[in-house]
Unconditional design. Structure first.
Length: 261
C-alpha cells in the first residue's frame, strides 16, 4: 500500500474542483500536476498506476495523490469522477494516509461534500474549500490507524458510535443498539471504548449526559425538568440522584454555582 503524509490543521487552497470525464478521447492518459494534490472520487472501473505502482479503480474508490506524481490511467470507456486540485498546508500534525482507499460507508457523505464543493466553486470558492477540507478529514480516517500510532485519530467504528450517542442522548440507549449503529459487535465496541476512554460504554453515556446537563444548568434558562428530559433522564428523582453522584450537587445547586465547571 502506497502512503502519503498530509497536514490538515489548516484548510486547503483549492485551485479547481469539478466533475471530470475521461475516455472519449482515448483509453490512456499519462500526466502529473507539478504543484498540486489530486483528490479523486471515482465512479468507474479502470486501471491506474501511481509512480509505476498499479491500482485497480472501481466505483467508490478515492485517491489522494501528492504533487509531482506521475499517474497513468487506462480507461474502459467513458469514465466520470469528482475531483479537486489543491494545495495542502506545509505545517501541522502529519497524518499518514493511503494514496488509494475504498470510501466504504463514507461514500455517500464524501460524494455529497464534493458535489457541494462543485456547486459552490463558481460563486463561493471559500465554501468549496470548506467542503473539501471536511472531505479530507474523513478521507484521512477511512483506514484505521496502526495501534502504535494513536495520534492519527480514533477507530472509525468508535467515531460512528460516539456520533450516534451524541445525537441520541435524549433517548433510551443500549450498548447493543450503539454497536449495531457502529456495525461492530458488542464486545468489539466495549474494547474500543475501554482503549479510547478507559470507561465502559454505559459509563461514557452517563458522563456525556451529565456533562450536557451541567452545561444547560449553568448556561441556559431551560427548566430543570426540560433539561432532565433533554439528557435522557426524565425522572426528576433519578436526575437529582445522578447530578449528586456525578456532579457533586443537586441540579439547583449546580445551576447556582459560580465560575467554570
Amino acid at each position: 500500500m502506497i502512503e502519503t503524509v498530509v497536514r490538515l490543521d489548516e484548510p486547503p487552497v483549492v485551485a479547481n474542483v469539478g466533475v471530470g470525464v475521461h475516455g472519449p478521447a482515448g483509453h490512456t492518459d499519462v500526466f502529473r500536476l507539478p504543484d498540486l494534490w489530486q483528490l479523486h472520487l471515482y465512479r468507474y472501473d479502470a486501471d491506474l498506476a501511481i509512480d509505476g505502482t498499479p491500482h485497480t479503480i472501481r466505483p467508490g474508490k478515492v485517491s489522494l495523490v501528492p504533487p509531482a506524481t506521475t499517474v497513468r490511467y487506462r480507461y474502459r470507456g467513458r469514465s466520470e469522477h469528482l475531483y479537486a486540485h489543491l494545495r495542502l498546508p506545509a505545517t501541522g500534525e502529519p497524518r499518514t494516509v493511503p494514496v488509494m482507499q475504498d470510501a466504504g460507508p463514507e461514500l455517500p457523505t464524501l460524494s455529497a461534500l464534493m458535489l457541494q464543493a462543485v456547486a459552490a466553486w463558481p460563486s463561493t470558492p471559500v465554501r468549496a474549500e470548506a467542503e473539501i477540507w471536511a472531505a479530507l478529514w474523513r478521507i484521512a480516517h477511512l483506514t484505521p490507524p496502526a495501534p502504535q500510532d494513536p495520534r492519527d485519530g480514533p477507530h472509525p467504528a468508535l467515531t460512528a458510535a460516539i456520533s450516534y450517542i451524541e445525537s441520541r442522548l435524549a433517548d433510551p440507549l443500549t450498548v447493543p443498539e450503539v454497536a449495531r449503529a457502529a456495525r461492530i459487535s458488542h464486545n468489539h465496541l466495549t474494547r474500543l471504548f475501554r482503549a479510547a476512554t478507559g470507561e465502559t460504554v454505559v459509563a461514557y453515556i452517563r458522563q456525556r449526559r451529565l456533562d450536557r446537563a451541567r452545561h444547560l444548568l449553568r448556561e441556559s434558562t431551560l427548566s430543570i425538568p426540560a433539561i432532565a428530559a433533554t439528557v435522557g433522564i426524565p425522572d426528576l428523582q433519578a436526575f437529582n440522584k445522578a447530578c449528586r453522584r456525578e456532579l457533586g450537587a443537586s441540579p439547583r445547586a449546580v445551576r447556582g454555582a459560580q465560575g467554570p465547571p
